[in-house]
Design a protein around this ligand. Structure first.
Ligand SMILES: Cc1ncc(COP(=O)(O)O)c(C=O)c1O
Length: 410
């Protein structure tokens, strides 16, 4: 993040704020397109960052939308995605969200269970439309991912063995539904090319077994992704060299390649993470005998809230001083904390950071994915930070999530 631009944006909107460089989104989308087999589609996972201005750039770069809620549906519409460009997934879908999705023209759903299918069928019958279904499969083989979502007992998808059962095909035949493929998502932050290739090979093999058992002709095989990117720090970006060649090989060995089946991938963090910086102000530097606390006007209500709850491993954040050049000053060792009334409101403990003083602007890189959207926004009722998109050194749009209670009955 260029500090002149950061200071200009802050002058206009105050702190804390998220700033997203749209050129980064275009760049990552172009890289992914060249790293995947020709003709493959990429679905953007709105959970990584549903900001319409950012998702619009993904759409303009050729992406589809992978959505899982009413809010993500609204964000995808605001980003200009048509219903036919959206895949609606997620466990425990409600009748209301299915109805809203159908009304918005969504016709492709990822189904996670027989219950999910029967509710979807019921809503399609009611709306007198037919929907296409990707069966989300939990393959029997464990994945190579840091946060595994398959290969273990999980709430996600059909156990593969259920779909291989001879009775499955009959159970999947429901009014107004047409099963057209499978969806597998192994997990996030998959470590590198070899793991991505292994997971894809396993996904295709699972899809092949399921297709055969069901006697179906699939149109789409969605093999997920989990493409990695650093989170909240400036660690080296992943090297995807050789991915294209290896995935081409795996794809061409699969019978789907010659059956005219579409190959889909999903990506959230890879497309949005690098675009985003969290810019905040140092409110106070509190020097105690054995510890220094840097108190910011941002914290786990804006970043890494799930880490604050101890639910995901805490990655070391990188803090840059965007107010002045402190390269000649010694580094500080500090606990970097936020303004919430809980000791859990901490972005880093005992971290070496560049010198900062009260009033300085700091920036945290690589938080365009799972930044604001994965945080404890409502906790302690601070206003949501403004989110600004920019490109080529110029601000584009500014957005802000709504907050506060709206009374709905007296
Ligand atoms: C089904 C599914 N697809 C895609 C994603 C996006 O993952 P990532 O942001 O790692 O690309 C997730 C993340 O949890 C997911 O659950």
């Amino acid at each position: 993040m260029n500090s002149t631009l950061a200071n200009q944006i802050v002058k206009r909107h105050g702190t804390p704020l998220y700033a997203y460089d749209l050129a980064e989104v275009s760049q990552r989308a172009a890289e992914l397109a060249t790293a995947l087999p020709a003709g493959a589609s990429v679905c953007y996972s709105f959970k990584a960052n549903p900001l319409p201005a950012l998702a619009r750039r993904v759409r303009e770069s050729g992406g589809r939308a992978e959505i899982t809620s009413e809010g993500e549906l609204a964000a995808a519409q605001a980003a200009g995605f048509a219903g036919e460009q959206m895949l609606f997934g997620g466990p425990g879908k409600t009748r209301t969200e299915i109805q809203l999705a159908l009304e918005a023209g969504v016709r492709q759903f990822s189904a996670e269970s027989f219950r999910d299918l029967s509710v979807l069928s019921e809503m399609c019958v009611k709306a007198q439309v037919t929907a296409e279904v990707l069966l989300r499969v939990n393959p029997s083989e464990a994945p190579d991912a840091r946060l595994a979502m398959t290969g273990i007992e999980s709430q996600f998808g059909f156990e593969e063995s259920l779909l291989l059962d001879p009775t499955a095909s009959e159970q999947l035949t429901l009014p107004r539904l047409s099963v057209i493929g499978i969806h597998i998502y192994f997990g996030t932050q998959v470590a590198g090319v070899d793991a991505l290739v292994t997971n894809t090979r396993r996904a295709l093999a699972s899809a092949e077994r399921v297709q055969q058992a069901l006697g179906a002709e699939f149109k789409i095989v969605n093999v997920g992704g989990g493409f990695p990117w650093p989170y909240g720090n400036d660690h080296a970006r992943p090297n995807l060299d050789g991915l294209r060649e290896k995935l081409d090989e795996v794809w061409l060995q699969s019978p789907f390649a010659t059956q005219g089946v579409q190959l889909w991938f999903e990506a959230g963090r890879y497309l949005s993470a690098s675009s985003g910086w969290l810019i905040a102000q140092v409110l106070e530097v509190k020097r105690l005998p054995s510890k220094t606390f840097v108190i910011l006007d941002t914290g786990i209500h804006h970043l890494g809230g799930m880490a604050g709850l101890g639910r995901v491993p805490r990655a070391g954040v990188t803090i840059l001083n965007l107010s002045r050049d402190v390269s000649a000053e010694p580094l500080m060792i500090a606990d970097v904390v936020g303004p919430l009334c809980t000791p859990l409101d901490s972005l880093a403990r005992g971290l070496k950071i560049p010198a900062v003083e009260s009033g300085d602007l700091i920036g945290i890189p690589n938080v365009g994915a799972y930044g604001l959207t994965a945080s404890l926004l409502a906790f302690l009722s601070h206003p949501p930070p403004i989110e600004v998109t920019h490109e080529k050194g110029r601000e584009c749009e500014a957005w802000q999530l709504r907050h506060g209670h709206a009374q709905i009955s007296a």
